[in-house]
Design a binder for this molecule. Structure first.
Ligand code: BEZ
Length: 211
């Protein structure tokens, strides 16, 4: 059964490049990104892991822990880390899960047999402090992910979780946001003291409330 938005992110124990972890204990009530890549010592994956390492301060600033996964063993991950640093200039600064039995990959549906029977696809799970899945993404092996987009999405998830707003297409942190339709005009005037503009009765925009 696929993991869907709002589901509890399954807990697991795993061997990682930073030692054994229990997932829920490791994330400790914070946001987390769990992402899989197909295989160690492959070109796209090498660029992806360097990109995530470079963005580690941005994930930290958002109180998000990041963890990668592939079906290769931990000694392979550790050897590959040297190449990642050589090529991208960024040292691996987050744990990589070794899942050679494909146990976690199976639970999270990271193996798509019609794409590959053996390797994990490029799955992303953003998990909230309540351990619920807030976002999923799936990319094929041939397409590297845009991790700036992942940060943009996390900004939206964190904002919309607490403020009765939604974010429009191509929204970036600091742009105006949408007042959700379940909030009446009267309530919106109280909740958003800087006011709102009704472009349509159902499309009201207001300055980003936490700015
Ligand atoms: C890559 O990371 O470059 C890759 C991995 C598996 C299949 C194809 C490409």
């Amino acid at each position: 059964m696929a993991i869907r938005l709002g589901d509890e992110a399954p807990d697991f124990v795993a061997d990682t490049t930073e030692g054994p972890i229990q997932f829920h204990e490791w994330k400790a009530g914070r946001w987390a990104v769990l992402f899989s890549h197909p295989k160690d010592f492959t070109p796209v994956c090498t660029t992806e892991l360097g990109a995530v390492a470079a963005l580690r301060p941005e994930f930290d600033r958002r109180n998000v822990r990041v963890i990668g996964l592939s079906v290769d063993p931990v000694d392979s991950h550790r050897r590959w880390a040297t190449d990642i640093e050589d090529v991208t200039g960024h040292r691996l600064n987050f744990p990589l899960i070794a899942d050679p039995e494909r146990t976690i990959a199976g639970i999270y549906g990271m193996i798509h047999p019609n794409a590959s029977e053996t390797f994990t696809v490029r799955s992303v799970f953003v998990i909230g402090p309540d351990n619920k899945v807030k976002l999923t993404l799936t990319y094929p092996a041939s397409t590297g992910r845009n991790f700036h987009e992942l940060l943009r999405v996390i900004d939206s998830l964190q904002l919309t979780a607490g403020h009765g707003v939604a974010t429009p297409a191509d929204w970036e942190d600091g742009d105006d946001v949408i007042v959700v339709p379940t909030i009446s005009d009267e309530e919106a005037r109280t909740r958003f003291p800087r006011g709102f503009v009704a472009k349509k009765p159902y499309l009201r925009v207001t300055p980003q409330p936490n700015r």
